[in-house]
Design a binder for this molecule. Structure first.
Ligand SMILES: [Zn+2]
Length: 579
């Protein structure tokens, strides 16, 4: 880059000083893009080199479109402020700044946030502050000199950047804009915008915009629900502590407790006072609908993704209305297409705490991150209802457990990160082993949850249920990819643990559930079941089906091809649930 010849520099060395400094600044700002990010945007085409190219193009555009150099430098100074954060997230989690991270930083109490946010002080930020100050000093100098980039090289750069960007965008011409007119939340996965969102420094501004967009959709969907009164009455006999653990992608037939040949649940198998439900089916195999079904009797979005005509807040709101302090502790994300419909319900809680600075795309934090915040809340006085939202067995399975749980081998830990693992049947053994390891880790976390609750000695119940199952190249079904199509994706593990004091108080209700534990059940009856178990009565016309009911209708589930009767579909072909 050459400074305008009209600007008289004091000496010939000075003429090259500013462009060289600008070049150095740009290089430092492009550098984080050299750290590989793992499939953060669900864009398989998002190649490593392409991300770096976009970063270079971005800065070339900033300086060539706005010929005044101080404006480009000021932009550099602002973007450098989250440079250390960007480098940390990329090195530690192979992720850029995402809507999940922005949402977490906005929603989570600083004391509960991940170790990075807690530990970060001015020392870590010092390089960014120095860098930013340097850019500002130079910008001020160039502003006073009225330095502009007027050399014809500016036009060459503009032309080159325009050509490169056009070529890259044409290469992605088949990519959608992520819009779906029937879906209230924008699905940006696979769009050009999602690709740009993996590039520093575009990632933070795009994430902030998306978090606000999703928040406004949540606000609109929930407009009619504020102040909703469940008219609840709490029975005298009730537990003081209620913990609902929401599992992720855990299929029932891989649980030792439910008959699996491998010892995947050794700790729970040795735990007393468990009621184990052996035939529970989820209505949806998509997390964004399955999780709301577990906490709301009438979710805002149906399992088919439609806005429901008659919706109500989650049972967290009902529990709050009868005096329980409600907490939502999550190891999943807060923002984005997949997370927003869940965050919508977490918002009913007195507090929503997000502990994972990444999303299901990355290794992120293990589910044990939930234990310390749980223990702190168990120590507080008064009635409490705590929801733990885990990452359980979400793909990549080997990202879900520490190395000490890598028991069944070879697992995916030996397979380098690459596109196409989900479709690679040659890795069936590695995938299956990693999946079983993740179940064994869930067994450990869930056992620690129960121990922590038991240790407190309250009248307490802990319920665990997975949102849906998972197909992992089964011997029977010969799936072509890790998918959710067979009965294994619909049948979920579910259990209830109770403390001695709880059994004294609500033993009759626990016995009733225990008596029916092998009967066919649906997961979307969990909210009403929990209200019945705790002893929260609501007007009879507001009731929905419960596991306490003697009779149940057909188990309607929503498959990729539409609504179907689960049991009839299994009778036809257990490998593909469809109408
Ligand atoms: Zn899920």
């Amino acid at each position: 880059m050459l400074i305008s010849p009209q600007v008289k520099m004091q000496n010939s060395a000075g003429e090259w000083c500013a462009p060289a400094a600008i070049g150095l600044f740009v290089l430092v700002l492009v550098a984080p893009n050299f750290v590989f990010v793992h499939n953060a945007a669900n864009v398989p085409e998002a190649s490593y080199i392409e991300g770096i190219s976009y970063a270079v193009c971005f800065w070339a555009l900033v300086f060539s479109v706005v010929s005044q150099l101080w404006i480009g430098l000021s932009t550099l100074a602002v973007c450098s402020l989250w440079w250390p954060l960007e480098v940390y997230l990329r090195l530690r989690f192979a992720q850029p700044v995402t809507p999940t991270f922005v949402g977490m930083a906005m929603d989570t109490d600083v004391r509960e946030a991940s170790e990075f946010l807690v530990a970060t002080g001015w020392i870590e930020l010092l390089p960014a502050i120095l860098f930013s100050s340097g850019a500002i000093v130079l910008a001020r100098h160039l502003y006073r000199k009225r330095s502009r980039w007027t050399h014809r090289s500016r036009l060459w750069v503009l032309f080159a950047v325009a050509t490169i960007l056009t070529a890259l965008m044409l290469a992605h011409a088949e990519m959608g804009d992520g819009s779906d007119t029937t879906e209230p939340f924008a699905n940006r996965a696979g769009s050009m915008a999602a690709l740009f969102a993996t590039v520093y420094p575009l990632d933070l501004p795009l994430s902030v915009i998306w978090v606000y967009q999703d928040a406004s959709v949540i606000k609109r969907l929930r407009a009619g629900l504020t102040g909703f009164n469940f008219e609840p009455r709490l029975a005298d006999a009730h537990p003081d502590t209620v913990v609902l653990v929401i599992g992720e992608s855990s299929r029932a037939d891989r649980w030792q407790l439910l008959g699996y040949r491998r010892k995947t649940t050794p700790r729970l198998s040795a735990t007393d006072n468990l009621i184990l439900f052996t035939d529970v089916v989820t209505q949806s195999v998509a997390t964004r609908y399955a999780v709301p079904n577990l906490v709301s009797r009438r979710p805002v979005l149906t399992s088919a993704g439609k806005v429901a005509l008659r919706a109500e807040p989650s049972i967290l709101a009902a529990m709050k209305q009868v005096g329980y302090r409600t907490s939502w502790l999550s190891n999943q994300g807060v923002g984005g297409f997949y997370e927003s419909p869940i965050a919508m319900y977490a918002g009913d809680a007195d507090e929503a705490i997000y502990l994972n600075p990444t999303s299901y795309d990355a290794r992120g934090t293990y589910d044990e991150a939930l234990l310390a915040p749980l223990r702190r809340r168990l120590e507080t006085e008064g009635k409490k209802f705590i929801v733990l939202h885990t990452l359980g067995s979400h793909f990549d399975f080997s990202h879900r457990y520490p190395s000490s749980f890598d028991v069944y081998r070879p697992s995916l830990t030996t397979v380098p990160a690459q596109d196409g693992v989900k479709q690679n049947t040659l890795l069936a053994t590695q995938i299956s082993n990693a999946y079983d390891n993740s179940i064994q880790y869930t067994d450990s976390v869930l056992s620690q949850v129960i121990e922590a609750v038991d240790h407190k000695g309250d009248a307490a119940v802990v319920m665990y249920i997975s949102d849906h199952g998972q197909d992992v190249f089964d011997e029977q079904c010969k799936a072509k990819s890790i998918t959710r199509a067979s009965s294994h994706s619909f049948i979920v593990p579910a259990l209830i643990w109770s403390s001695a004091k709880a059994r004294q108080r609500i033993g009759d209700r626990l016995s009733a559930l225990s008596d029916s534990r092998t009967q066919p059940k649906v997961a979307n009856s969990v909210p009403q079941t929990l209200l019945d178990l705790v002893g929260v009565a609501t007007p009879s016309e507001a009731r929905t089906p419960s596991w306490f009911d003697q009779e149940h209708g057909p188990r309607k589930v929503y498959s990729a091809q539409g609504w179907t009767d689960f049991d009839k579909s299994v009778a036809r072909d257990a490998c593909e649930i469809k109408p």
